[in-house]
Design a protein around this ligand. Structure first.
Ligand SMILES: Cc1cc2nc3c(=O)[nH]c(=O)nc-3n(C[C@H](O)[C@H](O)[C@H](O)COP(=O)(O)OP(=O)(O)OC[C@H]3O[C@@H](n4cnc5c(N)ncnc54)[C@H](O)[C@@H]3O)c2cc1C
Length: 404
């Protein structure tokens, strides 16, 4: 089928929070959209749980635990042996920040602007058709405390500093389910349990002979045709760009305390805890939904090709006391791009292949902002900020994993 006869204006590959917000933004721009997801339901990857915080003022282009130099000797060795291409681009990024004063600050400003879009949208959603997915408040940071922590201990108030900025916290899964529902109502087609197994690529496009054209997405049940393909596959996006998989732990406990918030004020929904070890982090947040109230302990920074065992998170996993056995443990990964910034835009060398990936530690916070940038590019040819553009590394899509 020729690209001109494509059934969809855009096909989004991957139905995590990034793919779902992208599909939503593209459908709002008037495009006929399909979503392909290899799992049986949406949010089956990193978006299944996470901490669910939307906290724009804390996002940075390279948060310290995404910095390989903060991962300790063994972390650096793992990165160097398993992700040499990523490491080369990371060093290239460090050299660029030295050569271009202000680049690092520009990246942070651009990324925080995406995050502010996230919190604005969360507010609109809360006030509109999906109330109850988010709670809003201020976060706090606890600079010193004894472990294990008793979050109901009033003495903790004495060591907590309250950040002035607003955050939202909520159930990532509930948000993805709400997004799927809204997309379906907007006419987006979902192809669940349909995996993208490759792209059928033509060497040059009629409109731009120097550029390749994706003609179809190959799937086990036959090709799917779309005029544009947007890859939102999280970690699997290393088919396009190198990502380092950094794993983290979420441990959830039932919380029977008063609804006043973690440390006794209505505002406080989340607290950063002192670092368990170099290159690691830990935090605790209170999550409330209509049906249950839980404490979520999170943290970790472990570079690994596959989910590490829970024992790898020993220093983090036993940090709360007074809450009995955990209800649930979850180990998930963050796909960290070489400079820690999202990769949003047209993939080099292609006329119709786009990426929206690399949101790393902040996929919830950045999702709506990144989706808007991409939809504006596709629907109105609006430029992408250079700090997000895949062209910042001048790398071409490989479309195959280097280690395979
Ligand atoms: C412990 C932890 C805590 C976190 N806390 C926060 C937080 O508080 N705030 C925040 O903003 N972010 C947080 N994050 C980060 C956030 O969870 C991620 O950035 C976000 O979920 C990434 O979303 P995604 O859609 O890119 O990836 P995913 O959710 O992994 O979605 C990718 C989807 O693509 C599908 N897929 C992959 N390959 C194919 C294929 N070939 N064909 C079809 N489908 C495919 C997968 O099945 C998956 O559903 C946290 C992450 C972790 C691990």
């Amino acid at each position: 089928m020729a690209a001109g006869a494509a059934r969809y204006d855009a096909a989004v590959v991957g139905a995590g929070v990034i793919g779902l917000t992208t599909a939503y933004a593209l459908s709002r721009a008037g495009l006929r959209v399909a979503v392909l997801e290899r799992g049986a339901e949406v949010a089956s990857g990193a978006s299944w749980m996470s901490s669910g915080q939307v906290e724009p003022e804390r996002v940075d282009h390279l948060v310290e635990y995404g910095n390989p130099l903060e991962l300790g000797i063994s972390g650096i060795a793992r990165v160097a042996s398993r992700h040499p291409h990523w490491l080369a681009l990371y060093l290239h990024y460090r050299a660029r920040t030295l050569a271009s004063p202000g680049l690092s600050e520009r990246m942070t400003a651009d990324i925080r602007a995406l995050g502010r879009c996230g919190i604005r949208t969360a507010r609109e959603w809360d006030a509109g058709r999906v109330p109850g997915v988010f709670r809003f408040g201020r976060s706090s940071i606890v600079s010193s405390c004894a472990f294990p922590v008793d979050p109901t201990d009033p003495e903790l108030l004495g060591v907590a500093t309250f950040r002035a900025h607003q955050i939202a916290t909520g159930s990532p899964r509930a948000m993805c389910v709400a997004l799927e529902q809204i997309c379906r109502e907007r006419g987006v087609d979902f192809h669940l349990q349909r995996s993208c197994e490759g792209l059928r690529v033509r060497a040059s496009s009629r409109e731009a002979p120097a550029l390749k054209l994706v003609e179809a997405i190959e799937t086990p049940s036959g090709p799917l045709h779309a005029a544009r393909v947007v890859v939102c596959t999280g970690l699997s996006a290393d088919l396009l760009f190198p990502h380092v998989p950094v794993y983290g732990l979420i441990r959830e406990y039932a919380y029977a305390g008063a609804s006043a918030g973690l440390f006794g004020t209505d505002d406080v929904l989340m607290a950063s805890l002192p670092k368990p070890a170099p290159g690691q982090h830990a935090y605790v947040c209170l999550l409330e939904t209509a049906s249950r109230r839980t404490l979520r302990l999170g943290g970790g920074a472990i570079v690994s090709p596959c989910p590490p065992p829970l024992s790898a998170f020993g220093q983090i996993a036993h940090r709360l006391k007074g809450h009995g056995e955990p209800l649930e443990d979850w180990v998930g990964c963050r796909a960290v791009s070489p400079d820690g910034a999202p990769i949003v835009g047209l993939v080099g060398g292609f006329a119709n292949l786009y990426a929206n990936c690399g949101q790393s530690f902040w996929g919830w916070t950045l999702s709506f902002g990144c989706a808007d940038v991409l939809a504006e590019l596709i629907a109105r040819d609006a430029p992408v900020p250079p700090t997000l553009d895949p062209a910042r590394w001048s790398v071409r899509a490989r479309l195959s994993r280097p280690h395979e």
